[in-house]
Design a protein around this ligand. Sequence first.
Ligand code: FES
Ligand SMILES: [Fe+2]
Length: 342
Amino acid sequence: MVMTESVVAPKRATPIEKLPSDERVFPVAWYPVAWSKELKGKPIKRRLVGRDFVLYRDRRGQVRCLEAYCAHRGADLSLGKCVNGRLQCAYHGWEFAESGMCEHIPAHPNRPVPDFARVRAYPVREEAQLIWVYPSDAGGDAPCDKDKAPALNVFPELNDPRFVLAPYDEEWRAHLTRVVESVLDVAHLAFVHKKTIGRRVPAEIKKMQFEAAGSPDVISIHNGGGLLEYRFPQQWMLRPDSSTNAQFINYVVFSPIDSNHTRIFGFAGRTFAKHVPGMSRIFSNYSRKILREDQAVVESQHPRPIPEALRMEAHVPADAPQVRFRQRWFDFLTGDEPKVLM
Ligand code: FES
Ligand SMILES: [Fe+2]
């Protein structure tokens, strides 16, 4: 796709023009919620798309994910523990299986467990040092078939032993859409990152190769010796444009905590200086520093999510990748792809 030369003038919305966009609607996709190492013997609670989930490890160490509040009296299940491979609530000891069904009520051990004694279960995977949850409501109130989720496809470098991956994460007070746009934005480098990655980047955008060919879910940008690749809705990777022996990559994945908070998990990966003590910490810290340079402007954006229509903000040719993202987001909002509502 070629950058358009036209400038789209902003037009402010009046209430009457409101389109069906909703800041509380998110694509159903695999989102990371925690680092694997955070989940040891004790269950933990994490928030995603405005819902609370409890994560725990069963007898075999396998990660399981249930809605966080007990079907009996709403106690927080992350206060409980794994007993007999089931998650035992801390309040009255009800035990929930990985399907979300309660299988044991200590107060009435010899009576059948009623059918309504259950919580919702969610597909969960452990991959690339992260725990990922698939927040699908498919199946209604029935116990969710935890295996009924599409494959989790992460970028291959995350499972490539040639790379050492230095992890980092941050949480921003911002809507997912604004966070995604910040990593598709080339024109901000010379301003927001003038002391770091934008130090030698000119403000003028003369040459930006931008591709949105092939899958509508992929946006690629060649810029200053790097190739950015975004995969809708949540993953982003920066690789060198050409293959060299010493490779440096940066990966981020976005997790919508709710309509106003997004957690960012990232890896700074390298194929060089792999065993130098302290090197991973330097890479993690530098990546975090760059993210923090973005944070103030992204958190300042108004309205909180991207507006409901393209015409409601001004676009210039340098914004072509973001315009492409907006079109994809609007297709999502108005189409029949799986959605999760907060
Ligand atoms: S609140 Fe969980 S067992 Fe009673
Ligand atoms: Fe940035």
